[in-house]
Design a protein around this ligand. Structure first.
Ligand SMILES: Cc1cc2nc3c(=O)[nH]c(=O)nc-3n(C[C@H](O)[C@H](O)[C@H](O)COP(=O)(O)OP(=O)(O)OC[C@H]3O[C@@H](n4cnc5c(N)ncnc54)[C@H](O)[C@@H]3O)c2cc1C
Ligand code: SF4
Length: 327
């Protein structure tokens, strides 16, 4: 590990200003991803700013829903009955993530910002545009079984790895951010960016920005939501393909549908065209099969990850059936 300075941030303001001043300072929360990145020398910050002393771990009921502090641990959110009842997809996504030990340590903010599991990103002996801009992308013609089939560019096809963000995207969650110019709130859909020609920039966060909370509004569709994940083994593994689905119904018809998918795209990915195909339609198993067939439209598989297109259609159909059964 490369030596670094350590600062336990005494308050939000000093954490932001310290991180804004140095381009080589980074935040740490639970450390479950950051420590791996340091050990593997993927990251070598001059200073680590520890956010754990900040008062950002409450889960609060608000006028229109729930607000989860960025330092709330994944396990804390899993055990919250309000989240389980109002936003089942969130609880299910967290339970399908990592292991109980990691969920005890890992924070909600850190989860959203975890880095890709692309093999080459985490192997400093290989070229990788995301880790070292301009060095090339080893995955394009290399080991790309785990990589994205949607949202890639000629520079990077790394899949976004997290599960929680997929459930939050389907539920139209918002992210609260504190930065040098004050507080702002953005839709979760605007937090992560496509790789385009700058794959080393994962998000739209500015230098010094800290995620302070995630908020979700209560709604009919949030209550009728689910998260499903297909992976190589039953636990302790990231998604090959996942789907978060939410439906709101009106007299046997689908009024609104929300579908977000993970494991297959370079950022949390919303299937708006599939949502559209469900709107105002009668709930029917055959409908789910027909619309799920559209899920991989526009996919650009590489040599080893073509199987993800079929997996994606199946996980979307299964998730739709699962939510449909409760309607
Ligand atoms: C073996 C293993 C299996 C796993 N399986 C899964 C899985 O199946 N699904 C899944 O979703 N995840 C999985 N994970 C990833 C795990 O969930 C993340 O590592 C964890 O959620 C990161 O949270 P953290 O608090 O530990 O973040 P840290 O490691 O402390 O930080 C992660 C990143 O976020 C930044 N950061 C942290 N908090 C903030 C904040 N509030 N504002 C701004 N920046 C911040 C840090 O600077 C860093 O870049 C797995 C991890 C391991 C080790
Ligand atoms: S896909 Fe992205 S993360 Fe993976 S090697 Fe290519 S540039 Fe690096």
């Amino acid at each position: 590990m490369v030596p670094f300075a350590y600062l336990a941030a005494p308050n939000l303001r000093s954490a932001i200003s310290r991180a804004t001043r140095s381009s080589r300072a980074e935040f740490i929360a639970g450390g479950t991803d950051m420590l791996q990145l340091l050990q593997e020398r993927v990251r070598a910050p001059e200073e680590l700013i520890d956010l754990n002393g900040l008062p950002l771990s409450d889960i609060e009921i608000t006028a229109d829903g729930i607000r989860i502090g960025a330092l709330a641990r994944m396990a804390q959110v899993v055990s919250d009955s309000r989240v389980r009842e109002q936003f089942p997809a969130v609880t299910q996504a967290l339970l399908a993530s990592a292991s109980p030990q990691i969920r005890n340590m890992a924070s909600v903010g850190g989860n959203l910002l975890q880095r890709t599991r692309c093999l080459y990103f985490r192997d400093v002996a290989t070229p990788c545009n995301k880790r070292e801009p301009g060095s090339g992308c080893s995955a394009l013609d290399g080991e790309n079984r785990l990589n994205a089939i949607l949202g890639g560019s000629s520079q990077c096809i790394a899949a976004y790895p997290g599960d929680l963000a997929i459930a939050l995207l389907a539920l139209d969650a918002k992210v609260e951010i504190a930065g040098q110019s004050g507080q702002r709130v953005i839709p979760l859909d605007e937090l992560h960016r496509l790789p385009d020609d700058a794959p080393h920039v994962d998000t739209t966060l500015r230098p010094g920005d800290i995620i302070t909370a995630v908020s979700i509004s209560t709604s009919d569709f949030a209550r009728r939501s689910c998260f499903l994940k297909i992976r190589d083994r039953a636990s302790f593994e990231w998604a090959l393909a996942s789907a978060a689905v939410a439906l709101s119904m009106d007299h046997g018809k689908i009024r609104h549908a929300r579908i977000a998918v993970g494991g297959v795209a370079t950022k949390p990915w919303r299937l708006r065209h599939v949502e559209q195909a469900l709107t105002d339609r009668e709930l029917h198993a055959d409908l789910f099969r027909r619309v799920a067939a559209l899920a991989a439209d526009g996919a650009q598989p590489r040599t080893q990850n073509g199987f993800k297109a079929e997996l994606l259609k199946r996980v979307v159909e299964r998730a739709l059936r699962q939510v449909g059964e409760t309607a």
